[in-house]
Design a protein. Structure first.
Length: 170
């Protein structure tokens, strides 16, 4: 089995891939996370932290999940079908607080897609944001937000929705 060095500063013990700390330091990760939460999330970023716990944000997350059928758009437009795990603000709330609940500023992603996008932001933020907005526009054009927009444009005789929940005949 592959191994790597323990993540505890100064420790040289080997641990299995998939684990962060050796047996001596395995409780340190949770303690470090709690310290980070106290120092950063709950103090410095208290406004942002409380926003992500708010009822309004939870409702918006549910709306985004529903409108995009629970799919990660990044993976969808890269040829893979994966369920969303997170919602990304194209323009971060630290950059523009007023866009925090702007539906057109939100895109559903998997965690790995989110990390990939954050890495791309470091290289070409404007280009990546343009690509994400293009995906949202493409979805709205092809599917319509929530899949309902396009169906209302179809003829009255053929009103099937994309990703329809209609029962399939047996």
């Amino acid at each position: 089995m592959l191994k790597h060095i323990c993540n505890y500063p100064g420790c040289t013990n080997l641990v299995d891939i998939g684990k962060c700390y050796c047996q001596v330091h395995e409780g340190c990760g949770k303690r470090r996370q709690a310290e980070y939460d106290q120092a950063v999330r709950l103090r410095r970023d208290a406004q942002y932290h409380s926003f992500y716990l708010s009822k309004e944000w939870k409702q918006m997350k549910a709306r985004v999940k529903s409108e995009y059928h629970g799919l990660c758009l990044w993976n969808y437009y890269h040829g893979k079908i994966k369920g969303m795990e997170e919602i990304h603000h194209i323009v971060s709330i630290k950059e523009d607080w007023n866009k925090r609940m702007d539906f057109d500023n939100l895109i559903p992603l998997t965690h790995s897609a989110h990390m990939e996008i954050e890495a791309k932001y470091k290289k070409d933020k404007a280009g990546t944001q343009k690509e994400l907005r293009s995906m949202l526009g493409q979805w709205k054009k092809e599917i319509g937000v929530g899949g309902y927009e396009k169906s209302t444009k179809q003829s009255a005789g053929n009103r099937e929705r994309p990703f329809s929940t209609q029962k399939i005949p047996k």
